[in-house]
Each structure stands twice: as structure tokens, then as C-alpha cells.
Design a binder for this molecule. Structure first.
Ligand code: ZN
Length: 489
């Protein structure tokens, strides 16, 4: 299930604003206290926390809709859980989490969900944050106008056509002085026939892509020019590393500029990065926003047509394993800034929405084996270039994506990846996990066929993978090898 959150600003009068603020502060108070208790006493079960706190807060905040009390406790349980998990993994040092802001959750009965979804073009919500009855049963309905925008209508149209559903929980959230209703749309994944096989690999400054179109049947292909069925290899520039480096330099400049203002009497400096001024300056750089938009761009490009998408299984912390190979502080920092997981997540998300299927293969030896000859690749002076023991050169990233593609075909699995390079025993464990059946057999067959032809044609032009030009057709992702269309032989 794909979820999309759409925030729509609310038209809030002065009185309503005041009321929402007071509801928010009560809600935040509950979340904070319960989180603190949950973390200190290691009690995160929502039912248990409910039993401990519900009546306490009903008494403390008699006018708050009881539904909100329930939700606040539940939210606290979630925050506590994730905090304890992070702590377990050594990612936090604070004793308990600082809850700075909350999103107020209205369940189906605390807002006019039924009425809202029954409407063709809803422009108002009615929420019930305040209770008037003795036991919180009767509640006052507050009608609020929305300021709907294009994106909201796009998703609403999907609701009307049955492609999406509106989740019953509504979130009300404040950012600075504005209030938003956050609607959660659940999109139904599309079922589509894959049109291509796409393998991709995320690197510091690029995403390497290998694409094979499935427009033709295997029998047809045999009559055609062999060049036509070779995988199309290209790079999408992301420059995450460069971006990180550039922003790093700017950040250092900001620190230098602010430093004189933070001298302690003994002549030392306060750690400038902890100051409000510094955070303000950094925020203005919008580094995060730029990164996110590039991540989205990549996801869009890879999922344009319904495809079988193949990528490496990234561990929990792909950066760390990469860093172990690399020395030098600056490079380490850049790798850390490369949003591997974010790209993968975005692709996965988009893939589901557009009817593609994502398939993970192990990262094992992806850039160490020649994808044509299945022998070990040696390093060269250029980190990006590897040399096959048969003489030719291979670009590391292309080797990697072709090997990924090979891994989906069972025969090659033993041939290419489990080749007894160092007389190691086959590590069958790596092979388990979510294995092949996701990819229809006919596609596996097709892929295998294309790769075989590719291997065969490679014998005739052994330097192909090493030449820069054909891999990076001028700006065009769809040029293939930049050659004339096939002619029947
Ligand atoms: Zn080779």
C-alpha cells in the first residue's frame, strides 16, 4: 500500500486559533509526560500506558475530547518505542526524547470523516477537539474551511475514481502560525505488465542504470541485429557528494564568521554549531530540500514505465560499510551525506505506485567480477576502472549493474557470482531471503538471453565497456548505444 500525505491549510479565525493552540498544548503536555514515563520505566505497550494514564488526563483536561487523550497516549507510546530502539542501537545520548511538536490525530469519530468522503468536492472539515458532555461523549463540532490546492484535488479525484482511499485518521498540525489538515491517501498499487528490466546502483555522485526493454519477444530478437538487444547503460548525475562538499565549505565559512561572537572569557570558543544563529543560517541553505528533489528526480526516471527494478540489498547502514573501504575525512563525510536509503525508499515507493516491482539482489561481489567473462576484476590507477584478467577494462558501476542483472538468472548465479575465485566455499546463506519468484519466469529467460548475447558480442569488441562515449550518450537516456536502428539480417 502506498501512502501519500497531503497538507491543506486551514482558514482559521482568531478565536479558533486560540482554541487550537490550547488543544495543542494540552495534547503536547500529555505526549511529553507519557513519553518520559514510558522511557524511564521501559513501558511502551499502548494498552498498558492507556490503563495507567487515561483517567488521570481525563480529569486533568476535562474539556479535551477523550478521543484526543487516547490518541496522545498512543502517539507517546510510538515515540517512546522508536526512541528506545534508537538508544539500543546507540544512536542517541539523551535520557529521553525531546518532544517539540505534535500532530493532533483525529480518528474517524472525532471529525466528519463519513460526511467528508461522501462529498464530491469537500471544502470544509468539522473536527471535535472539545468535549461538552460529562463523560466526554458529547462534543462540539467546529467547522473549518480548507484552502485546497491542486495536489489535494488530484488525490481527491483518485478517491472519486476508486484509485485511492482517504484514511480515516485526520492529522491537524501547526507550522509556525499556520494550521494544516493533513489527509492521508492510500493509493491502490497498480498491476501492470513490466515493459523493461532496470538495474540501478547508487553511488556518491551518480546513479548507474542498466535498462533492457521487453518490447520484443525472444523469438523476434533472434532475427535482429545483436546490438539492438544489448542493455542500455547510462548514468544519472546526482552530485550528492559534490553537494555535500560545497555545503560543507559554506558551513565552515558560516562558523568562521560567527566564531568571533562566541568567545568565552578564557579565550576559548563556544561550539558554534550548537547556537541558534548557526542553525538559522544553515536552515537558509536549503541543503535538505535540494537533496530531496534530486532523490525524487532519480525515482521518477527509474520508474517511468512499469518495470522489474533490480537493485542491491543495502544493509542497515550502507554508508558505514562503504566508509570502511575509504580513508580520508572529507571523503568519509561525503559518503555519509549520500542518501542511499532515501533513494532506495523513493524508488520503492514510486515503483509500487506505478506498477513496477522492486527486486533486491545481494551486494556480493557486484563490482569484483567481470560480467562478461566471470573472472576476477583487478583494480587500476583509476578507482572507477577495473581490469578483467582477460585484458579489457570495465567501468566499476557498469560491472556492478550487469552483475546485478545476472543475479536474477539462476544459471549465472553460480557462474558469475559464485565462481570459485578464491576457492571460497559457496556462501549459500547470502542467496536466501526474498529470492527470485517475484520476477516472472519469462522475463528471467529474456534477461538471460539478452545478457548472453551481450556477452557474446563482447568478444568482438572487447573494449566496449571501457569507452566513455557510448555509455553516456549526450544527455539522452534513451539513445541506447547511439547507433542506427536495427535492420533485419
Ligand atoms: Zn572480462
Amino acid at each position: 500500500m502506498v501512502r501519500r500525505a497531503v497538507a491543506v491549510e486551514l482558514e482559521v479565525t482568531r478565536e479558533l486559533n486560540k482554541l487550537l493552540y490550547s488543544v495543542e498544548s494540552a495534547y503536547l503536555g500529555i505526549v511529553r509526560e507519557v513519553v518520559e514515563y514510558a522511557v524511564t520505566n521501559n513501558v511502551t505497550n499502548p494498552t498498558q500506558l492507556h490503563r495507567l494514564f487515561y483517567s488521570k488526563y481525563r480529569q486533568e483536561y476535562p474539556s479535551l475530547n477523550s478521543q484526543l487523550v487516547i490518541q496522545a497516549i498512543r502517539q507517546a507510546s510510538e515515540i517512546a518505542k522508536s526512541f528506545i530502539e534508537k538508544k539500543r542501537r546507540g544512536l542517541v545520548s539523551k535520557p529521553y526524547p525531546e518532544v517539540r511538536s505534535v500532530s493532533i490525530r483525529f480518528t474517524e469519530i472525532a471529525w466528519n470523516y463519513r460526511q467528508f468522503t461522501g462529498s464530491i468536492a469537500p471544502v470544509r472539515i468539522a473536527i471535535s477537539p472539545i468535549s461538552t458532555g460529562k463523560r466526554g461523549r458529547a462534543s462540539k463540532k467546529l467547522e473549518i474551511w480548507l484552502k485546497p490546492h491542486r495536489r489535494f484535488w488530484q488525490y481527491w479525484w483518485k478517491v472519486l475514481t476508486g484509485e485511492a482511499e482517504l484514511a480515516s485518521t485526520l492529522i491537524v498540525k501547526r507550522r509556525l502560525n499556520r494550521w494544516y489538515a493533513v489527509f492521508i491517501f492510500e493509493l491502490k498499487p497498480r498491476e501492470e505488465k513490466p515493459q523493461s528490466v532496470v538495474a540501478f546502483d547508487i553511488n556518491e555522485n551518480t546513479v548507474a542504470v542498466g535498462k533492457i526493454d521487453i518490447k520484443t519477444t525472444v523469438s523476434k530478437v533472434t532475427d535482429w541485429n545483436r546490438q539492438y538487444v544489448t542493455p542500455e547503460l547510462y548514468m544519472i548525475r546526482t552530485d550528492f557528494g559534490k553537494l555535500a562538499r560545497r555545503y560543507g565549505a559554506i558551513r565552515n565559512k558560516i562558523i568562521d564568521r560567527l566564531k568571533p561572537g562566541f568567545v568565552l572569557p578564557n579565550g576559548n570558543y563556544v561550539n558554534v554549531t550548537n547556537t541558534r544563529e548557526y542553525r538559522k543560517c544553515v536552515k537558509r541553505l536549503r541543503e535538505g530540500i535540494r537533496k530531496v528533489s534530486r532523490v525524487r528526480q532519480v525515482a521518477n526516471e527509474l520508474t517511468k514505465t512499469p518495470a522489474v527494478i533490480i537493485t542491491e540489498e543495502l544493509g542497515d547502514n550502507p554508508q558505514e560499510s562503504m566508509i570502511n573501504e575509504i580513508k580520508g575525512n572529507e571523503t568519509r563525510h561525503r559518503i555519509k551525506q549520500t542518501p542511499f536509503k532515501a533513494v532506495e525508499k523513493a524508488v520503492e515507493d514510486k515503483a509500487l505506485e506505478r506498477g513496477s516491482k522492486l527486486f533486491h539482489v545481494s551486494a556480493y561481489r557486484n563490482s569484483r567480477v567481470c560480467p562478461m567473462h566471470f573472472v576476477k576484476l583487478e583494480r587500476t590507477d583509476d578507482w572507477h576502472m577495473l581490469q578483467c584478467s582477460l585484458g579489457h577494462y570495465v567501468h566499476r558501476d557498469y560491472a556492478s549493474i550487469l552483475n546485478m542483472a545476472w543475479k536474477t538468472t539462476l544459471e549465472a548465479w553460480t557462474k558469475g557470482v559464485w565462481w570459485d575465485l578464491k576457492r571460497e566455499k559457496m556462501n549459500w546463506k547470502v542467496r536466501e531471503g526474498d529470492s527470485n519468484p517475484i520476477i516472472p519466469y519469462s522475463i528471467v529467460q529474456y534477461l538471460w538471453y539478452v545478457l548472453m548475447i551481450f556477452t557474446a558480442s563482447f568478444e568482438q569488441s572487447p573494449a566496449m565497456l571501457a569507452r566513455g562515449a557510448p555509455m553516456n550518450p549526450a544527455g539522452g537516456a534513451n539513445e541506447g548505444w547511439g547507433r542506427a536502428p536495427p535492420t533485419p539480417s
